[in-house]
Design a protein around this ligand. Sequence first.
Ligand SMILES: Cc1ncc(COP(=O)(O)O)c(C=O)c1O
Length: 390
Amino acid sequence: MECQFDQRVPRRNTQCVKWDGVLDVFGQENLLPMWVADMDFRAPEAAVRAVTARAAHGIYGYEKKPESLTEAVLNWLAARHNWAVDPIWLSHCPGVVSGLVLSLLALTEPGDRVVIQPPVYPPFFTIVEQNGRTVVENPLVWKDGQYRMNLSELEDIFRSGVKTMMLCSPHNPVGRVWSRGELLSLGELLRKYGVTVFSDEIWADLAFPAHRHIPLASLSPEIADQTLTFMAPSKTFNLAGLYMSNAIISNEELRSTFSAQLQRLSLGHVGIFGPVAAEASYREGGEWLDRLLTYLEDNVRFVTDELAKITPKIRVIQPEGTFVLWLDCRDLGIPWDDLNQFFVRQAGLAFNDGARFGPTGAGFQRMNIGCPRVLIQEAMERLSKTLRHL
Ligand SMILES: Cc1ncc(COP(=O)(O)O)c(C=O)c1O
């Protein structure tokens, strides 16, 4: 039976980077775009209605943050993540990446070392480097059929004096939803060495039903004391172009330092439509999200089954959440430097090259499955045809 997520909504000529940016980024048209992390689904109807109603007013002057938005965000965090957040902890910035950059500028000095866990979302490297800080890699390790944190190496890094970490939780691209045990062990190290963590939890709402996202700062007041958390409705409800994200900081000193930076750069305003769409989604989008998660899990299953029929040489790293799939293509026998171009030129598929997620991502591709199944089916057909001629 068809469901709302099966519906194809044409996106070409809407100035969307995923479809309209393909030629610029991949140098070729007519690719199936399964790269940048937004979805080809309409946002929840409640969001579309709220934005449409606000747009119809016709006056788009300077905005003030509605009190009701704070209430909607806090209710959502309590209901979905069992996290009681005080309204004064919450502020807003345009994107989660802006929040991370603001944190770096506010709380670190040029030359400071910042630990990240590759393979990881590429801006984790670039924002550190572009702002004159130094990346320290603590690569994830593959153990017992899963990516895990290398906590003993992390402890060595902390022992060497690194005081800042950027955490990706859940983790893009490998799809891990860190367990309570893993986060507690991490929290212990953060406490022991007095490390401040910028916790990017943009994927928090996209943990599959069998897995529960636990906000790092919800583990204990002591861990919260060293944590700046960034979340957003952007991935959850497909609102990335509206640029409104949530920063949650319980430690008063960290919060005021962050806020001062936000003001210094005049980045505290998030426009009219972001808050309108976010509030409507947080209030009324819960069921939509539950249906989405079921659909995404079915997409994962579909790709896994289809690839198993096509070739044993591409392995799907089973995600516990997100709408990106991490594909291990190292057995394909294609030089890793040529792998992405193979997918682009031979198969007509615009995936993200794993190498961009750090050295340990070489030989992998990241596929965005946030789209109607019919597109995924087409991707699998293109791949099958191409591999037959390999
Ligand atoms: C881990 C992670 N953080 C941040 C972002 C982007 O955040 P924003 O668009 O709010 O800056 C993404 C997008 O894919 C992501 O995967």
